[in-house]
Design a protein. Structure first.
Length: 216
């Protein structure tokens, strides 16, 4: 099991097709349980520590309203959306170039972060925005899985396990942010001015840089 994980992680980090054939063959020899566990870990790692763009998106959701219940509902909407497009993309129902998807992911982060700056309270429309951007992020997750592939003997199970891993990664980010920021400062009168605004502007600047980088 450890050898398989090592091979797959090397493949993910290297991004080289040289390893693809060996990795898929190794996956096919695994049991459905081992595959599910492996893809659960890969989904989690795609958020922590490898998914900085997704981490910043989740943090942007958290900052405007540090109420844990509110943020968790947004996270669930995001997960529901990216599960749809991830599944459709992996089953070849839809195919969109990463050259389009990756800049859109960067823009989605910038949009949510800038909304935090100009809006002082969470609007009901935020759930719809999160769901819409979740559809885009799902295509990004599909790009990460496409090069690796899924074992044919446990295709759906591994896909669902990856999704669960992603959600667990998101929940970890939310809980860490809540313990570090929300618990202590979320109800302070200066929270929006001195915490939400500067952090959101920083996230927006990073996201806009990524957008330019990914386009050009």
């Amino acid at each position: 099991m450890s050898r398989r994980i090592f091979i797959i992680l090397v493949f993910l980090l290297a991004g080289s097709s040289v390893f693809a054939h060996d990795v898929v063959l190794d996956l096919e020899s695994m049991s459905a349980t081992d595959s599910a566990y492996l893809y659960l870990r890969l989904g989690y790692r795609h958020i922590l520590p490898l998914g900085l763009d997704h981490i910043l998106f989740v943090l942007s959701l958290f900052l405007l309203s540090s109420n844990l219940k509110t943020v968790l509902w947004q996270s669930l909407a995001f997960t529901a959306a990216h599960s749809i497009t991830l599944g459709l993309a992996m089953y070849k129902v839809i195919t969109i170039s990463p050259k389009i998807v990756e800049p859109l992911i960067a823009l989605s982060i910038a949009y949510v972060a800038l909304e935090n700056v100009f809006v002082s309270k969470l609007r009901p429309s935020r759930i719809g925005v999160v769901f819409l951007f979740g559809l885009v992020h799902g295509l990004g997750f599909a790009g990460a899985l496409a090069g690796l592939g899924l074992p044919s003997n446990s295709y759906l199970t591994s896909l669902l396990a990856f999704n669960v891993g992603v959600e667990l990664g998101q929940l970890t980010v939310i809980l860490i942010a809540w313990f570090l920021i929300g618990k202590w400062f979320g109800k302070k009168t200066y929270y929006h001015k001195y915490i939400v605004t500067p952090l959101s502007l920083l996230i927006a600047a990073i996201a806009l840089y990524w957008f330019i980088q990914r386009v050009y």
